[in-house]
Design a protein around this ligand. Structure first.
Ligand SMILES: Cc1ncc(COP(=O)(O)O)c(C=O)c1O
Length: 286
């Protein structure tokens, strides 16, 4: 079992994988990425991730050098070659390498990178007891719906979270409304209703967010996609966050304030179980 890379058509170890110092991903963050969970050697919700990647690439006019089917077979191949069953796949496509100038180069080939690494999910204790979060001003740009490489505000927010002993940083805008987390989407539960920010340019439309909304509705739980405030976040009965590497995690303390009963709530716990069940079914886990 070993981590592997696939760079511009070539499989190699991570140590041997190379891209140019003139790559526009490196110089400008001019590229897109995605992270896909692999369970039991099978990519989970791959179609949805690929759909988002192709949409982002189209918006930013970055041509993806492979069709969806070709991507699927490269991903299958890198997982097989690595021998890793529980993993995260990191996909990055940049506009390519070219002498530095802001405007798009006329003739440039995109740089395509895929990395597979072992990943076993969030710490069991956090899942059982719930996580802490902090809030952080949302200083990001106006197209958070695109999964671009420009993650400096997210990096700063998560660094602050770690310094404060928290798992996640939850972004709020100047008027106090909540957008999402630095690597997750945010949900609150109030009087049995689940609330999460609606799709817009202020949030990334998470694949896990969509899955959890669907699962909740199938269970007969009311889900409303609407803007909610910092005040509502602090006063929620339950708070949870969702993401590819996070799955669904209860948040039991925010900025030092206890949320609800201070432990994972009933709705969050049942949605967590249902999400794990969905992964099991789709990825053929025992
Ligand atoms: C800012 C942000 N929001 C939400 C998510 C969750 O998205 P997904 O469920 O597709 O992983 C991520 C994941 O990386 C993210 O970076």
């Amino acid at each position: 079992m070993r981590s592997l890379a696939f760079v511009n058509g070539k499989f190699s170890s991570l140590e041997e994988a190379k891209v140019s110092v003139e790559d526009r991903g490196f110089l400008f963050g001019d590229g897109i990425y995605d992270v896909i969970r692999v369970r039991n050697g099978r990519p989970y919700k791959l179609e949805k991730h690929l759909k988002r990647t192709f949409q982002c690439a189209k918006e930013l006019e970055i041509p993806i050098p492979y069709s969806k089917d070709e991507l699927l077979s490269i991903m299958t191949e890198i997982i097989r070659k690595s021998g890793i069953r529980e993993a995260k796949l990191y996909l990055q496509i940049t506009r390519g390498a070219y002498p530095r100038a802001h405007e798009f180069p006329q003739e440039v080939k995109p740089t395509f990178v895929l990395i597979v690494r072992e990943y076993n999910g969030v710490d069991e204790v956090l899942i059982r007891e719930g996580a802490k979060a902090i809030t952080y001003p949302d200083i990001r740009w106006g197209r958070c719906d695109l999964k671009s490489l420009n993650l400096l505000p997210n990096v700063l927010a998560r660094q602050k979270a770690v310094q404060m002993g928290a798992y996640e940083a939850i972004f709020h805008k100047g008027d106090g409304h909540i957008t999402e987390g630095a690597i997750t989407n945010v949900f609150i539960v109030k009087k049995g209703t689940v609330l999460t920010a609606p799709e817009s340019r202020e949030i990334l439309s998470g694949v896990t967010r969509e899955t959890v909304i669907k699962i909740a509705r199938e269970k007969g739980i009311e889900v409303r996609e609407r803007v909610f405030s910092l005040e509502e976040l602090y006063n929620a009965d339950e708070v949870f966050i969702t993401g590819t590497t996070t799955d669904l995690l209860s948040v039991v303390e925010i900025d030092g304030k206890v949320i609800g009963k201070g432990k994972p709530g009933e709705i969050s716990s049942s949605l967590y179980k249902a999400l794990k069940e969905d992964q099991k079914n789709e990825c053929n886990l025992q």
